[in-house]
Design a protein around this ligand. Sequence first.
Ligand code: ADP
Length: 471
Amino acid sequence: MEIYHISAECFPAAKVGGLADVVGALPKYLNRLGHDAKVVIPGYDTKFSRERDFDAIFKGEIRLGDFHLHYDVVKESADALGFELYLIKIPQMFDRDEIYGYEDDTERFTAFQIAFLDWLTQTGQTPDIVHCHDHHTGLVPFMMQHCYRFGHFNRIPTLLTIHNAQYQGWFSFDKVGYLPEFAAVNGGYLEWNGIINPLAAAIKCAAMVTTVSPSYLEEMSGSANGLENLLRFERGKSVGILNGIDTEIWNPDTDPMLEFNYNTGNFEAGKSENKKALCKQFGLDEKLPVFSFIGRLVYEKGAELLPEITRRVLSEFKGKANIMILGSGEAGVEEHLRALSHFHRENYNVYIGYNEQLAHLVYAGSDFLLMPSRVEPCGLNQMYSLRYGTIPIVRRTGGLRDTVIDMGDGGFGICHDQTSVEDVLWSIERALDLFADEQRFNAIRREGMELDHSWDSVAGKYMEHYLNLKK
Ligand code: ADP
């Protein structure tokens, strides 16, 4: 079966968060089941696109309203990722360093989606499934069904995976002319609450909708940034499938980004070597437990609580714990976290920015990982940390609820109910007690490392749904 994944991110070519990890792994595992899964993303100016070799595949031209745009499709020559990766390059739109956050994101991602369908059309391709990820590719199902130019695709099933419903890609009806012509009567598919909403359009038009965990699907009926009613209405074609993790990249036994490799047989020694390296690099005390946070410093992740949590840990548990933060996001939170490091030089440090290599060392060298998220559609960090023998401290929400069982309930993590400083501090207190009981601490770490969250079984679930859609 030929499946095209279309996405704004794909690890290692372009990554901001978990979307990239999923799109960079699922197709590889689908191919191992004997299928032909491919990925198409925009051709950003990233290190990956500068360093790898690409074959020129196609040159085309599209219209975006009154603009005529040229585009080039290139394919990563070596197929090194376990699937064919195609980049659609549109000069002036994607040859920039950042993936999102520009004023013309609407124009950029609309042009990308039109170019994708134009390329398929011009080259006579008719894949079995088109799998769209998040709002950046949410206009594809609409265009395949309702735009005259792409009418020949209307029998190809489309699947939408919602990785994050907070962001929906809204834009006003002044820009509806960017889309190829469609019958006015179908304009309603694009609309939600008076404006064009690409995520809502995809929820309406895709043959099937998946979310990245079963709990997130449940929770979205009550809270989905305005899409609750729509999601309730479309519930019949929706299913929650928990993400997997790429256990080849995220394997402490072979991970080239670690100081020392380890497995369940020698994790006490292996982790302590990584912890030493981490503590040395960031001036932390290696005898004390390290509590870390890795992620986007945004409200969804509970990031604005981190300065207060840090301040209170360093005073109430003085000399008992280290805090290490790796992230970037809201300027105010970044500034606050940086300022704290001037006052607390011994048991706290922060790295503001995105650093893949450091993230691997932090997962390996920490004892506990903090995830006080308000919204967590799936969350991959807790699965990486478990695999690296680091105990996750999570708020029970979304995918965190589906993957972390509290140690008090016979599990391998520490859970709390609220995104609040008090709840996190209470969990940290429980973690300190656990850390003091070496035997139990090690038993729980080992149990986490032995869990299987690999894509092997998850890819089969997607396959079942693709096959049903093709029937
Ligand atoms: P989200 O997609 O909401 O940001 P996920 O938990 O699904 O959250 O995925 C986050 C991914 O991004 C993980 O691979 C995590 O290690 C990585 N990550 C987030 N922030 C950083 C950072 N500052 N440096 C390195 N990796 C990061």
